[in-house]
Write a new protein. Structure first.
Lengths: 543, 448
């Protein structure tokens, strides 16, 4: 990814973070423009499809996209940055001589679009000389003219900037008055307006909304400093996520508050300040084997890394070997129909249509209607995540609908759908019920440091908050905890799941993959879950 | 055209400044032309190209600031983008940390642009893929790789009369070559400003040899080992450390450079500036004139940039310092070149082969992967070895070993130096191969 695609947001930690977002900076009002009329989009799409066919394409699809972002960053009492961006253009993908070709343009004239379509065909033909595996697409029916919209209650772009800034400064004040020394808080708001058309006869108009409201607090004490990040989740929702409804709060005795389908950011910031002071005084963990109780805001990332990524079919097949890596979950293991990925209570499924999730869309970026399917059933590996040109390699003839491109300018490819752990179907246990059965364990909340090898065997994860469990009760907040395990051993040590009332969605807003790298957003649902006898390290090091 | 000449860029920016009605105005014109090719499973998978020119205008009324961007360059569009940035500035809340534009300065010309790289063709890219794929097939191996070349232009102007202009080029190549049975994997990466220095066939040979040599790795017990880190193995740890040296964070008590006072210490310093933190052979600097890693002679806000020594004889002697923090704390503003901290770590003359020869028992590491921070105070990181890890005994590579997870800090690494080799360009920096004692591996990984 080249430098111009990054927007640098300062004030987070020491180095700041760079976001891979493309687009022109615009006013907040421009984000509310309705954009191009659907009838015009259809005409332009037909120009591209016809030009591609005339140039020799056997298949073509077109994505006319308008991508809007608003980012607001504050630090303590200061507004660091308000950025509004808009990016619009058209991406054309074709198959010619059995090979993919792609070209894009921001100039939406008939001539420019036809030229880009011909360029895509020319690229396909040029690359065909290296082609040893002609593209084979799974059938998909043409849906005609259809549309889909994220079911939001409050469009975050319509909330006045002042109200959003005031909310973040309120969050900062809550943390600073309760024990934090520093805090950065951010709103990331995303709206993807996508129009897809293909030579299969689909014309699909979609309006997708996502939101993330993180904060990063720290406290400096005599012996050093500690950090505590917010426990909110990125979601496929509008501003209603920040309503912090009582019904969406999950209390864990002696620990903290977890959040479901809405988030009380001010309350969480206040708790963060208090917990930071406890972190500064907390005892360091004694390394050894423990039973771990993992909160959904933490376990979501373990699912992402140890189940989501290894079951991406392009990784399994070697297409990502030079960057993200390959996978231990090879086709020969899957073909046995006996590969024990986890214990028999482990059921993991993929979907692109869970309400409130980041992956929720009506159709994927190659015009396939989204659905739900099993990946791990009763602990056994049963399926992967695949696109139209991949499913034939696993003897299937229906795409899973998980093709995505980060913008009109980038070519779409296989991206992770939502991958989630089914809750306990027999008993609707709570997080407190799970904890009360643990004799000597640790309750881990929130996502921390995470690292996993390129085939997804060996991993090490930290968290935001760690609580010692003794004889079924949370005793003290502890520090310096990380657990290390092997994916198959870990999921086979899964001993107990909370029920559907405890099921919550977590997510990753900027998941990177591909060369040039593209980001995507994906959710992972799960209940509080217990894993037995896991190796815990102490991460404190004196230098 | 996305890459404008100095005169063309100046003409556009002068016009932009002439439309400004704000207290101050800064503009930035950046252009890129790049191309790439990607291959996997011994076949080309995707290729693409990008051409773009963007103008960004920042207007300020007092400490109220607004920014707008456009990629159209007729007079009406130029005036429109200035007016839009002014409207946004008027609506924005005050930013107490905003700093007004810098004064005009003279900048030396940097040797960052190479016509050879700017002239890379689709045929060259296809040949790069072929240079990996054909010999891999001959050796019954599977190649995956990526090549990206780019030409960039950056021009800055502000209402104080400052004008800075630079063009640069870069090419990045990497290849992962694996055995058909998945038991061996080798990797190579190269990046240059001048594509003439890139030999994709020679580079691919290294990855091929590592793939063949790394097959059927044996298990070694985790623990502390002497390691020889190729530059690709240490670069990310070093870059993470370099990115954590900011003066403000150190003074706020939030960095590895924050000083922890002893009990009853009178007037303790806020930071570890000037204290010995590493082996005295550690010297790190940036230099826009370095022939291998040239950078522009100005920072992203238009301050002149010369050679800066960051670490001298094991002591941190300079920390990057923002203009706001420098003014608030009455210290010096320490800018870094536009485009990032492309540092040079000094080394010695020893080759990796000589380092192996001088090692009784140790491990050769090709690269480290998935590196994440565990503790920002000690800069403790975790990650894994990947694509070629070998056991050394009595001066010879004995056999490939399974990959390890490491839990280690670059501070410890730079204290435990046994030997430094000849620096090599990696990720835009110059880094020597390093022989390090007592490097901590915490567990084994089955990943190949």
């Amino acid at each position: 990814m080249d430098r111009r695609e990054f927007i640098k947001l300062t004030g987070i930690g020491v180095g700041g973070i760079a976001l891979p977002i493309m687009g022109n900076v615009v006013s907040a009002e421009q984000l509310l423009d309705p954009g191009m009329d659907v009838a015009i989009k259809k005409k332009l799409a037909d120009v591209a499809l016809n030009a591609a066919k005339e140039a020799g394409a056997t298949y073509a699809d077109v994505r006319i996209g308008r991508y809007l972002n608003q980012f607001i960053t504050t630090r303590e009492k200061v507004v660091n940055n308000i950025v509004n961006t808009e990016s619009a253009g058209i991406g054309i993908r074709v198959i010619a001589n059995g090979t993919w070709g792609f070209a894009s343009t921001s100039l939406m004239t008939v001539e420019s679009i036809a030229k880009a379509a011909r360029q895509a065909v020319a690229i396909a033909k040029a690359n065909a000389k290296f082609q040893t595996e002609p593209v084979k697409l799974a059938p998909v029916k043409g849906y005609g003219e259809v549309s889909w919209k994220t079911p939001i209650e409050k469009n975050a772009f319509e909330i006045p900037i002042k109200d959003k800034v005031d909310r973040l400064l309120e969050v900062n004040n809550a943390a600073l008055t309760s024990g934090a020394s520093y805090i950065t808080s951010i709103f990331f708001l995303v709206n993807e307006q996508k129009y897809f058309a293909s030579t299969e006869g689909s014309y699909i108009d979609q309006d997708v909304h996502r939101l993330w409201a993180p904060f990063f607090a720290s406290a400096v004490g005599k012996a050093g400093f500690k950090q505590r990040n917010g426990l909110g989740n990125p979601v496929g929702m509008g501003f209603e996520y920040l309503d912090g409804k009582k019904k969406d709060k999950i209390m864990v005795d002696g620990a903290t508050i977890g959040y479901g389908n809405s988030y009380d950011m001010v309350e969480d910031a206040k708790l963060a300040g208090e917990q930071l002071q406890k972190k500064l005084a907390a005892k360091s963990v004694k390394p050894g084997k423990y039973d771990l109780v993992l909160d959904p805001a933490h376990l979501m990332l373990t699912i992402h890394e140890s189940v989501g990524h290894p079951l991406e079919l392009d990784r399994v097949l070697g297409y990502e070997a030079n960057y993200a890596g390959t996978s231990f979950a090879t086709l020969d293991k899957w073909r046995t129909k006996k590969f024990e990925y986890g214990s028999d209570i482990v059921n993991l499924f993929a979907d692109k249509n869970q309400p409130y999730s980041l992956g929720n869309v009506g159709y994927d970026d190659e015009g396939v209607k989204t659905k739900e399917w099993d990946l791990i059933k009763g602990g056994i590996l049963v399926n992967y995540q695949a696109t139209r040109d991949q499913v034939h390699m696993i003897d299937q003839n229906e795409s899973h609908g998980c093709c995505y491109a980060q913008s009109w300018r980038d070519v779409q490819f296989q991206r992770m759908p939502n991958v989630s752990l089914r809750p306990n179907a027999k008993q609707d246990l709570s997080a407190n019920d799970i904890i009360k059965d643990v004799k000597d364990g640790i309750y881990i909340v929130g996502r921390g440091s995470y690292s996993i090898d390129q085939q997804r065997y060996n991993f090490q994860f930290g968290g935001q908050l760690f609580y010692e469990i003794k004889d079924g009760k949370i005793t003290d907040q502890i520090e310096d905890v990380a657990y290390q395990s092997n994916t198959q051993e870990f999921w086979n040590s899964c001993a107990q799941l909370a029920g559907k009332s405890d099921y919550r969605l977590g997510g990753s807003f900027f998941d990177g993959k591909g060369q040039p790298s593209q980001v995507s957003a994906v959710s992972h649902g799960c209940p509080t879950t217990r894993f037995n006898n896991i190796n815990v390290l102490n991460t404190k090091r004196n230098v | 055209m996305a890459i404008l000449s100095e005169q063309e860029a100046k003409k556009i920016l002068k016009k932009v400044i002439s439309y400004s009605k704000a207290d101050s105005c800064e503009c930035n014109l950046s252009g890129v032309v790049s191309g790439n090719i990607r291959y996997a499973r011994n076949t080309v998978t995707t290729s693409g190209s990008v051409s773009d020119l963007t103008l960004s205008v920042q207007s300020a009324y007092g400490k109220k600031v607004g920014t707008a961007t456009i990629n159209e360059f007729d007079d009406a569009s130029l005036e429109k983008v200035v007016r839009r940035s002014e409207e946004l500035a008027k609506l924005a809340p005050e930013n107490p940390e905003y700093m007004p534009p810098l004064k005009s300065a003279k900048f030396k010309k940097a040797n960052t642009h190479f016509n050879s790289t700017a002239s890379v063709t689709p045929e060259y890219r296809a040949k790069a893929a072929e240079n990996s794929i054909v010999p891999s097939k001959k050796n019954k191996l599977i190649a995956a790789g990526f090549l990206n070349d780019s030409e960039n232009m950056l021009a800055l102007m502000n209402s104080n009369g400052l004008f800075a202009y630079n063009t640069s080029t870069s090419v990045d190549f990497s290849a992962t070559i694996r055995t058909e049975d998945g038991k061996g994997s080798g990797w190579v990466t190269r990046d240059y400003s001048d594509v003439k220095k890139l030999n994709t066939a020679e580079a691919s040979k290294i990855a091929i040899q590592k793939a063949l040599d790394s097959s059927d790795a044996k298990e070694l017990e985790p623990g502390r080992y002497t390691v020889i880190l190729e530059p690709a193995a240490s670069i990310q740890l070093l870059q993470n450390m370099a990115g954590s040296m900011d003066q403000r964070s150190a003074e706020e008590g939030r960095s590895f450079l924050s000083y922890k006072p002893k009990d009853d210490e009178k007037n303790p310093p806020k930071t570890k500036l000037g204290m010995k933190l590493f082996d005295e052979r550690v010297n790190i600097y940036t230099d826009p004139n370095h022939p291998e890693v040239p950078t522009p002679h100005f920072s992203s806000d238009g301050a002149p940039v010369e050679r800066i020594q960051w670490v001298k004889n094991g002591k941190v002697v300079t920390m990057p310092n923002s203009r706001y923090w420098a003014e608030k704390t009455k210290t010096d503003y320490v800018p870094t070149p536009a485009g990032g901290l492309q540092f040079i770590m000094e080394g010695g003359d020893e080759s990796i082969e000589e380092m192996i020869k001088n090692t009784r028992r140790g491990i050769l590491v090709t690269r480290l992967w998935y590196i994440r921070q565990l503790d920002p105070q000690s800069l403790l990181y975790t990650g894994l070895t990947r694509d070629g890890t070998f056991f050394i005994e009595n001066g010879k590579i004995k056999y490939p070993i399974k990959n390890f997870r490491f839990n280690e800090s670059p501070i410890v690494m730079l204290n435990n130096i046994e030997a430094l080799g000849k620096p090599f360009r990696i990720n835009g920096c110059m880094v020597p191969p390093m022989k390090i004692r007592d490097f901590t591996f915490s567990s084994l990984s089955d990943a190949v």
